[in-house]
Design a binder for this molecule. Structure first.
Ligand SMILES: Nc1ncnc2c1ncn2[C@@H]1O[C@H](COP(=O)(O)OP(=O)(O)OP(=O)(O)O)[C@@H](O)[C@H]1O
Ligand SMILES: [Mg+2]
Length: 339
């Protein structure tokens, strides 16, 4: 296993967009790092650069302390699993798992041992004699991961590997991935556009936008202390409310943005008056759309629990605990840190 280090990594496609702009990132040995961000922000490109499947426009990449910037993909000793994992349809699961080892000239006994270990780690021992067409989507997914595991690479690079699974299977596959990561102690870089998946999987999460990493931090830190309004709205559902505010510092008002998570709004007491616009039951809680009685009647979302939500049309008071209020600069969108 190995750490991964990116220094000023950039990629501009010929006649195309700037996909990745001067990214510095250090991924520790054994870390599970998730790259998350909206479609087109450069996640797959960054992963492919680490794998060696794209050439860099600028910067250096080191894996396990070795500069691999000029090293071809097959000699970087990383395993990449794509969203559209292609298994060999005419081969059994066993042969699919063994294929990579065979082409590298591994011995019969070593191959059998590695295949058995990977099958056990993934719980697919009973499937070894089946063909891919005889497997469910989740099982195929596991075989694709198994092929990466038997190679014992320095790092796993996974690009939306669970996106073909239905929601229930995804939750299960996610838990399995975490368990697997714990067992193997492997370095993993995992791409997803799903913030919930990012939060549940990552030991750290890097939020990308337009080829740049906006913030990289452990999941709860991203949630509790987003570095800017983009991260603030990208992480958490429903998205954080952002309201124009004036911050009075040393008697001088400064244009700011107040960020309020819907879960932090308290109803029943507080300085703000609002009218209930709409109530959406979600099962365990309600998303309540509120129209503030302030100028312009801005909308505010609140997530409320309890048995009886306020009815549409009623007027209520609400507040936000001061320590749950986020403040951002109005122009740059950067978090204003309070001392
Ligand atoms: N081979 C290519 N040639 C030209 N432009 C490309 C190429 N591959 C990607 N791009 C562009 O680079 C940018 C980043 O693409 P990338 O595939 O890395 O995004 P992504 O974050 O993985 O998005 P998604 O979530 O949709 O998979 C996009 O604007 C994309 O159109
Ligand atoms: Mg992608």
């Amino acid at each position: 296993m190995a750490d991964i280090r990116l220094d000023g990594v950039a990629k501009t496609f010929p006649n195309g967009p700037v996909a990745v702009r001067a990214i510095d990132l250090q991924i520790a040995d054994g870390e599970f790092l998730v790259l998350v961000g909206p479609s087109g922000c450069g996640k797959s490109t960054l992963l492919r650069l680490i794998a060696g499947l794209e050439t860099l426009s600028a910067g250096r990449i080191a894996i396990g302390g070795l500069d691999v910037t000029e090293v071809p993909p097959q000699r970087r000793d990383v395993a990449m699993v794509f969203q559209t994992y292609a298994l060999y349809p005419h081969m059994s699961v066993r042969d699919n798992l063994a294929y990579g080892l065979r082409t590298r000239g591994a011995g019969r006994a070593a191959i059998a041992r590695e295949v058995a270990a990977a099958a056990a780690a993934l719980g697919i021992e009973e499937l070894l004699d089946r063909r891919p067409a005889q497997l469910s989507g989740g099982q195929r997914q596991r075989v694709a991961l198994g092929r990466a595991i038997v190679r014992r690479p320095k790092a796993f690079l996974l690009d939306e590997p669970l996106s073909n699974l239905d929601p229930a299977l995804r939750v299960q596959a996610r838990a399995e991935l975490r368990r697997l990561h714990r067992t193997l102690g492997a370095t993993v870089v995992y791409v997803t556009h799903d913030q919930e998946e990012a939060m549940t999987l990552g030991s750290r999460v890097a939020v990308m936008r337009d080829g740049v990493i906006e913030q990289v931090a452990p999941p709860l830190e991203l949630y509790d202390r987003p570095a800017n309004t983009f991260v603030a709205r990208f992480i958490g559902t429903p998205a954080m409310n952002l309201l124009p505010a004036a911050l009075i510092l040393d008697d001088a008002p400064r244009d700011a943005v107040a960020g309020i998570r819907p879960q932090d709004v308290t109803v029943g007491a507080g300085p703000l008056r609002a009218t209930v616009d709409l109530v959406e039951p979600r099962g365990p809680d309600y998303v309540v759309h509120l129209r503030l009685a302030a100028a312009g009647e801005p909308l505010l979302l609140a997530v409320l629990t309890g048995t009886a939500p306020p009815a549409a049309g009623t007027e209520i008071s609400l507040g936000v605990p001061a320590d749950r209020l986020h403040l951002f600069d109005r122009v740059a969108g950067r978090r204003i840190t309070r001392t």
